[in-house]
Design a protein around this ligand. Sequence first.
Ligand code: GLU
Length: 510
Amino acid sequence: MKPIRVRFAPSPTGALHIGGVRTALYNFLLARKYGGTMILRIEDTDQTRFVPGAEEYIIEALAWAGIEIDEGVGKGGPHAPYRQSERKHIYQKYAQQLIAEGKAYYAFDTEQDLETMRERLKKEDAINQQYGISTRGQMNNSLTVSAAEVKQKLDAGESYVIRLKVPADQSVELMDLIRGQVVVSSSQIDDKVLMKSDGMPTYHLANVVDDYLMQITHVIRGEEWLPSAPLHVLLYQAFGWQNAMPQFAHLPLLLKPDGNGKLSKRDADQMGFPIFPLNWTDPKTKELAKGFRESGYLPEALINFLAFLGWNPGTEQEIFSLQQLTEAFTVERIGKAGAKFDIHKAQWFNQQYLRAKSDSELAGYLLQSLQNQKIECSQAKAEKICRAMRQRINYPDDIFENSKFFFFAPTTFDEQVIAKKWNEEAVKVLSAYRDELKKMSEVSSEAAKATLDTVAASLGIGAGKILQVLRMVITGQGSGPDLMLTIEILGSDETASRLDYALKNIQPKK
Ligand code: GLU
């Protein structure tokens, strides 16, 4: 088997969409599985759509996601340059080769000529309304004007494009690894522009020439490129490269969460979830779109989630490290059906990955948040808080957000709980408990419980009855992590002083 060489070939027209990250991931998994090479090629030949910063964004996003590039932009390699705008001369050469062989031609038609052609064909109700087999003979191109005239026009610097001369009535076939056999008649394909009037190649020419020169073995890309694939096959044939043609795999679309249509940035905005891997500020509008990274998604969780959007391992297992994905991944297990983008599933993966972290890893996140807030905390205490909170977090920031009561004593109390539970019995137990805690220099969760039980029993009151009110006065909340562990973390002094505050400030119910 030839060494696998795959490429991710984004155009720097803005932030990388999450679907692009999935495309990059599938390419990467295939390369890693077979010890192949993952190439990053930047397809920037459409100068009108170039967006500054987009290329850097793509590189940073892939690095964050853990999708490593072996060869390409930012990395170099034997086929450099990997930025298409720097390869203009190469495409020129190949376009000229096709012209010399009569497989492509110069076209000098103006915008007006093209418009007139379209109107005429529309009026005639022509079956085929494209610039191609049935129309090229009536247009202003090197097939209809003499060689001398063509030379004259070129010498005079007249504007032109180079078009592919699509052969008549040929059945164009390709075997897509996901879609199966695709057959199209060449008469349905128009004479696509290969070189534009600005001297830049179109996507089609540059893409095929580069895939050939870079010895790409598998083209894995989004379904939106499937209609272009037959044209690409024709190009391989025109160049005589059919034996070096890569295998194609067109990935299913990412659908809106309800499965109705393609997922767009607008849907994501409306439903309040990110669609870009990292924050992106549109250079024109200055509008900021929040990324998965900044929204608290762990790259390994996002990768696991994306892997399942269109692929499945054929087993019940859902949690896969990148290494495990590499082992399990096969193109054969990619489905044809569009994949619903369910953000809740992404959240679930994030939760699973966060919970699988050790207390000390989670403490790292907490200590970072605390540092930002200039709050001091020891590593040991942070780890204990994380142990208490680990079941209650979806994102790293949740650890601090949900555990603020460890750092700030509550000053207001839930009226409803007070109305229901703040009674004479509660006051008696809480006062006695405070007094006991004051005598202790420290308190373990076991001691906290034993002391509460003893105090309550000595007053003839069930400890269970006051648990809710106890939680409320020391945390300010109606629910939370294990209460005795909470008391251990707060310490006996702090717990006693919070009880003291509540006993002095809450007015007993009349
Ligand atoms: N430049 C194309 C894109 O932006 C690449 C398509 C392909 O992989 O052939 O998606």
